[in-house]
Design a protein around this ligand. Structure first.
Ligand SMILES: [Zn+2]
Length: 277
């Protein structure tokens, strides 16, 4: 059984503060060790549960956060940016997917809640439903016939996962108090929880039906906090500006929709100015 772990950082053990997830800062340097600890706990549980291969896709920001020198030697690490399937690269060869260290979406309650952009993106819907990175990525997984078996993050992320990955187990490593505060389990306890849930999660793969892809087309709608971000993103072919701060587009597959989403958010992010952002 081949498992792909898509590892983000905002939902990792102990992480609550913008600097914690900002590459190059002392806080990030400390927290990447805790993120690696969460990954190792997950890898251990997955192998105990019957995994034969585990690929870890480092999916946060520069995608160069995890410490390979400390990684469980049974796993392999996909590190670095510009991957054809982004946060989900590796799903194409997997039998099961884990979303580790995930977070809630822009405009929702949750520790370090956002969707791709830290501040500029304020709303995101897929086919009219409120969406976040978890929902978008689970649609991609379904397109490859891969079930999402485990989601870890704060308590609100675990609750949200019930809507877009109802068959997944969850491991909540912290209780959200505010966007920048949480009651956190120390690594010894969060690691034990992740390990246990990872082991149990694979029990369910054989008994679960492979997910059916949601039939397309997919309508993606995105709201930004200011007009120039929408104006910039509307330059992407196929993307329409639907309101002063909003864009929309339609794609036949979830994978194509996610790729366009990445382009739109990259273009919008580049349109933000230091002043008058
Ligand atoms: Zn992230």
């Amino acid at each position: 059984m081949r498992v792909m772990i898509s590892a983000d950082m905002e939902g990792a053990t102990g992480v609550t503060w913008p600097e914690d997830v900002e590459p190059g800062t002392p806080a990030w340097d400390r927290m990447r060790r805790l993120m690696t600890g969460d990954v190792n706990a997950c890898v251990e549980g997955l192998f105990a549960g019957g995994a034969t291969h585990v690929l870890v896709n480092d999916a946060h920001y520069t995608q160069r956060n995890l410490l390979i020198e400390d990684l469980d030697e049974r796993a392999t690490l996909l590190t670095g940016r510009h991957k054809p399937l982004g946060m989900m690269h590796g799903v194409q060869d997997a039998d099961a997917a884990v979303f580790l260290g995930y977070h809630t979406g822009a405009g929702q309650s949750g520790v370090l809640a956002h969707t791709y952009l830290g501040v500029g993106l304020t709303g995101f819907r897929i086919n009219g439903q409120d969406a976040d990175e978890g929902r978008m990525n689970s649609l991609m997984a379904a397109e490859y016939g891969v079930p999402v078996v485990l989601v870890t993050g704060d308590d609100l992320t675990c609750a949200a996962a019930g809507k877009w990955a109802p068959g997944a187990l969850t491991a909540s490593v912290k209780e959200c108090v505010s966007r920048y505060a949480a009651v956190c389990l120390p690594p010894a306890r969060s690691g034990a929880l992740i390990r246990l849930q990872a082991e149990l999660s694979l029990d369910r793969v054989s008994s679960q039906q492979r997910p059916e892809p949601v039939p397309g087309p997919y309508l993606f709608e995105v709201d930004f906090h200011a007009t120039h971000l929408a104006e910039a993103a509307a330059a992407v072919p196929g993307v329409e500006q639907t309101g002063p701060c909003s864009i929309a587009y339609t794609s036949v597959t979830a994978t194509e929709a996610a790729r366009t989403f990445k382009v739109c958010t990259t273009v919008a992010g580049a349109a933000a100015e230091d002043h008058f952002e």
